[in-house]
Design a protein around this ligand. Sequence first.
Ligand code: HEC
Length: 113
Amino acid sequence: MKKQFIVAVTVSAVLGISAFASNASAASGKRLFMTCTACHGKDGKSPIMPAYPKIAGQNKEYVLQQVKDIMSGKRANGQSMAMKGVLVTPTGEPRFSDEDLNVLADYVSKLAP
Ligand code: HEC
């Protein structure tokens, strides 16, 4: 279980960096969402751990707020630390622009729940 978790974090961190390095503002939600699938599942509803949430079809505004809160550390319970590492660099720089987050939240909200 622990090993699986570490692999997921590593894979998603790598994907996160590549999504950021490419022209992120032009990237589609689908491509940006690749950063999220390692934990939340390709369809946004098959998380790798029972304690990880299904997010497909969630309201856009809610998704955006949760992602921003996890990024900033406002939402900081034990589980959210796993996700924060993917959203923010080790020195605290966000990996996603506001525009990316907006595109992402829109994409997540349109996935079939
Ligand atoms: C390393 C694993 C991991 C990755 C990658 C990840 N998340 Fe998460 N995410 C989590 C966990 C764990 C939680 C639950 C946090 C908690 O317990 O509060 C969460 C919570 C969320 C929530 C809040 C759900 C709710 O019902 O409150 C949203 C929205 C979300 N993630 C979206 C994303 C998006 C979008 C991405 C891609 C940019 C992403 N996540 C990438 C692990 C991850």
